[in-house]
Design a protein around this ligand. Structure first.
Ligand SMILES: Nc1nc2c(ncn2[C@@H]2O[C@H](COP(=O)(O)OP(=O)(O)OP(=O)(O)O)[C@@H](O)[C@H]2O)c(=O)[nH]1
Ligand SMILES: [Mg+2]
Length: 507
C-alpha cells in the first residue's frame, strides 16, 4: 500500500544546516540549549507545509520567519555568546535612522536622503577590531558582504568605524513601512536578527500604526528593545512625548530605554549636533563596556526567540500532521487505482500466456519453426505481447490516477511536485519491461508454467510505476514522521530552555 508505506519511511535527508563551532574563545560552554535549538531549527526546516490546506499560509509564514531568525540570530548567538551585540536601527521611513547612525558613528557611514525610501541595503557599522565577527556569514548568512554602498537587498555593507565601541555593532536597516515589498521583507528579517532593536520614529510619524506592528513582532518574541523619538519640534514636545511614552510603555519598553532627540539643524556633513545624541551615545558606550549588560540584552532576545519558536513549532507540527494525513489520502488514490489495474493485469495474464504458449508450440511444430539461428520469432512475439500488456495497464493506471487526483482539491499539487509526467508510464518502462520479461521467460519454460515468475515481474514493474507518486513526497516535500520529530524537538527545546533559565546565562 502506498499510503501505508509512507508511514514507515524515514526522511531521506536531513535539512541543510551549517556546522556552527565556537571560535576558540572558551566562552562557548553549552548547557544544551544550542544543541536543542539546532535540532529545533532542523526539524522546523523538515516540516514543510506543501499543500494549501486551510490555515496553512499563516503557519507557513511563522515557520519561515522562525527558521530565518534561528539562522540569523539565535544559533550564532548561542554558539558565540561573546560576539558583539548587534543593534538594529529600524523604524518608519524618514524618521532619521541613517542620520542618527551617522551621528552615533561621528561621520557619514550610511547615506541619508530626501528620496524615500533611502536605505535599501543594510549598513553594518562596527569597530575595526570587531571585523572578524561580521566578515563571514556567522550572522545573516543569506546576505553577501560588500564594502561599498549598494542598493542590493541581498547584501550587507560592512563599515569599520573606530568611533563605534568594541562589543557593539550598529545596523542601519531599510524602513519598516516601505512601499517596496523587498524592503519590508528585509526589514523584518533584520529585526529578527537583532540582539537589540533600536526603534526610531519621529514626532511626525510616531502615531503611524504599521511601524508599531513591526515592533510588536519583536516585542512578542521578547526581543530587547529601545525606542528613540526623533526630530521632536520644541512646540510639540508636551503632546507627543507623553503619548510616545504611553505607546512604548504598553509594550513594556523600560523608561531608561526611551530616548528623546530634538529636531535640529544638521551640521555639515549632515550630522546631529553631538549634544543631542549624547544620552543615546552614552547608553551605547555603557552597554559596550559592560559585558554582563551585553549578555543580558542578547540573552533576553535569544531566550525569547526560542520560547516563541517552541510555540510556533507546536503549531507547525499540528499543521504538518494534517498535511501528512492529506498527502496519505492523495497517495491512497494512486494506490487504489494501481491496485485495480494490477488485479486486471493479473487476470489477463494467464489468458494471454495460454494463447501465447499455444502459438509458440504450434510455431515450433511447423517445418522450419524451431529455433536455430539465435532469433526465435515466436519468442520475440511473446515478449512484445507481454510488454504490450504491461504498458497498456501502466498507461491506464497513470491516466486514471492523475485524472482522479486532479479532480481532488490538492491532487494537482502532488502531481506537480514530481519532475516526471505522472499521467503517463514512467520513462523507459517499455525497455525495462522487455529486459525483465526476457530474463523471466528464460528462467521459466514453458512460458505459461504454473506460478510463472512473469506475473511477479509485471506486478513489480507496475508497482514501481505507482511508487513514482511517493518519491517526490519523501524526497522533496514532507516526510511522514516530520510532525513527530518536530514535536519531540520542541519538547526538548522547552526543557533545555527551562534548564538554561534556571542556571542563568553562561557569561
Ligand atoms: N533638519 C533635520 N533634518 C533631518 C534630521 N534627521 C533627518 N533629517 C533629514 O531627513 C531626511 C531623512 O533622514 P534619513 O536619516 O535618511 O531617514 P531614514 O529614517 O534613514 O529614512 P529611510 O532610509 O528612507 O528609512 C534626510 O534628508 C535627513 O537629512 C534632523 O534631526 N533635522
Ligand atoms: Mg535610512
Amino acid at each position: 500500500m502506498v499510503a501505508a508505506a509512507i508511514s514507515d519511511v524515514r526522511p531521506s535527508r536531513a535539512a541543510p544546516e551549517r556546522a556552527r563551532a565556537g571560535r576558540g574563545t572558551g566562552r562557548t560552554a553549552d548547557d544544551g540549549l544550542l544543541a536543542a535549538a539546532t535540532e529545533l531549527h532542523r526539524s522546523l526546516a523538515g516540516a514543510r507545509l506543501p499543500l494549501n490546506l486551510a490555515g496553512a499560509e499563516a503557519v507557513r509564514d511563522e515557520r519561515r520567519r522562525t527558521i530565518d531568525q534561528f539562522a540569523d540570530q539565535v544559533l550564532p548567538r548561542l554558539a558565540e555568546r561573546t560576539a558583539p551585540v548587534l543593534v538594529v536601527v529600524g523604524g518608519p521611513t524618514g524618521a532619521g535612522k541613517s542620520t542618527l547612525v551617522n551621528s552615533l558613528a561621528g561621520r557619514a557611514v550610511t547615506t541619508p536622503g530626501l528620496l524615500r525610501p533611502t536605505t535599501r541595503s543594510p549598513v553594518l557599522v562596527h569597530h575595526p577590531g570587531d571585523r572578524s565577527w561580521f566578515r563571514d556569514d556567522r550572522i545573516l548568512p543569506g546576505l553577501r558582504r560588500v564594502t561599498g554602498a549598494t542598493g542590493d537587498h541581498a547584501s550587507v555593507q560592512l563599515v569599520a568605524a573606530p568611533s563605534v565601541p568594541r562589543g557593539i555593532a550598529i545596523l542601519d536597516a531599510p524602513d519598516f513601512d516601505s512601499v517596496d515589498d523587498d524592503n519590508r521583507a528585509l526589514a523584518r528579517q533584520l529585526i529578527a536578527a537583532a540582539d537589540l532593536l533600536l526603534f526610531v520614529t519621529s514626532a511626525a510619524r510616531y502615531s503611524d500604526r504599521l511601524p508599531w506592528q513591526h515592533l510588536d513582532l519583536a516585542v512578542e518574541r521578547d526581543t530587547s528593545v529601545a525606542v528613540v523619538l526623533n526630530r521632536i519640534p520644541a512646540a510639540d514636545r508636551a503632546t507627543v512625548v507623553p503619548d510616545l511614552r504611553r505607546m512604548a510603555g504598553a509594550r513594556n519598553v523600560p523608561d531608561d530605554h526611551i530616548f528623546l532627540v530634538e529636531q535640529a539643524e544638521l551640521d555639515d556633513p549632515a550630522l546631529l549636533p553631538a549634544a543631542l545624541v549624547r544620552p543615546l551615545r552614552t547608553w551605547v558606550d555603557t552597554l559596550a563596556a559592560d559585558s554582563s549588560a551585553r549578555t543580558t540584552v542578547a540573552e533576553q532576545t535569544v531566550t525569547g526567540a526560542v520560547r516563541r519558536a517552541v510555540t510556533v513549532a507546536t503549531a507547525v507540527a499540528e499543521a504538518a500532521a494534517r498535511q501528512v494525513d492529506a498527502i496519505g489520502e492523495l497517495l491512497s488514490v494512486a494506490d487504489r487505482v494501481y491496485a485495480a489495474e494490477l488485479a486486471a493485469l493479473e487476470d489477463a495474464l494467464p489468458k494471454l500466456l495460454a494463447v501465447l504458449d499455444a502459438r509458440v508450440t504450434a510455431h515450433r511444430a511447423a517445418p522450419g519453426g524451431a529455433p536455430g539461428d539465435g532469433i526465435d520469432r515466436a519468442e520475440v512475439a511473446v515478449d512484445l505481447a507481454l510488454e504490450g500488456l504491461l504498458v497498456d495497464h501502466a498507461w491506464r493506471a497513470a491516466e486514471r490516477a492523475s485524472a482522479e487526483l486532479r479532480a481532488t482539491s490538492h491532487g494537482s499539487a502532488l502531481l506537480d511536485w514530481s519532475t516526471e509526467d505522472l499521467s503517463r508510464p514512467g520513462k523507459g518502462l517499455g525497455l525495462r519491461a522487455r529486459r525483465a520479461i526476457r530474463g523471466a521467460r528464460r528462467a521459466a519454460t514453458p512460458v505459461a508454467g504454473a506460478a510463472s515468475p512473469l506475473g511477479e515481474v509485471l506486478a513489480a514493474l507496475l508497482t514501481e510505476d505507482r511508487d513514482r507518486y511517493l518519491r517526490p513526497v519523501l524526497d522533496r516535500t514532507l516526510a511522514p514522521d516530520a510532525p513527530q520529530r518536530l514535536r519531540a524537538a520542541a519538547d526538548h527545546a522547552a526543557r533545555a530552555l527551562a534548564r538554561h533559565q534556571t542556571r542563568g546565562p553562561i557569561r
